[in-house]
Design a protein around this ligand. Sequence first.
Ligand SMILES: [Zn+2]
Length: 175
Amino acid sequence: MSADNQGVTAAERSWAVDFSARIHNKHAAELNELRTAMTEAPRRGEPRHLGRRQHRLGPLQSFEDASVQLTMVAESVELGWFTVGPAPAGMCLTVSIAAHQKDTGIQTSLPLTECDAWLQALLGGQWMLHAYRCGCATGAASENVVSYRLYLDAARKPIRKPEEVLADACLPLQP
Ligand SMILES: [Zn+2]
């Protein structure tokens, strides 16, 4: 295990995979629908705002805390949204997870392990390898919101963050 593995042990990792499998088992249909919606090509004739689209899933019950509900919001934009000059073809997906108390609606936070598990349940293992945790100002709307990014090429295959994209606080989830 490499030194930059952020102290995640093999046992923790396999627990996380199991956790995301449980989430996926319970919410497969909704998660598949969200994944399809957020990765589809912009429709022809659709009003263009650099192809910006937003999809929402929730409220969903937290697996760790029955009194907490979460909402996932996936936003897709063309890579040009994040560049000053010319941008490569492709898109950036931002998946944000927000949580609130079920009874009061007050915003709360979810453990990162649960957020990671929801993302993995949404993306699947292969795409998860290309995901970034996003701490960019353009990512999360508030402190309690956990954001992730995924960069896709023109063929909608996950890629490393292109150099042209200004997103210094996007850190790879997988070392
Ligand atoms: Zn970022």
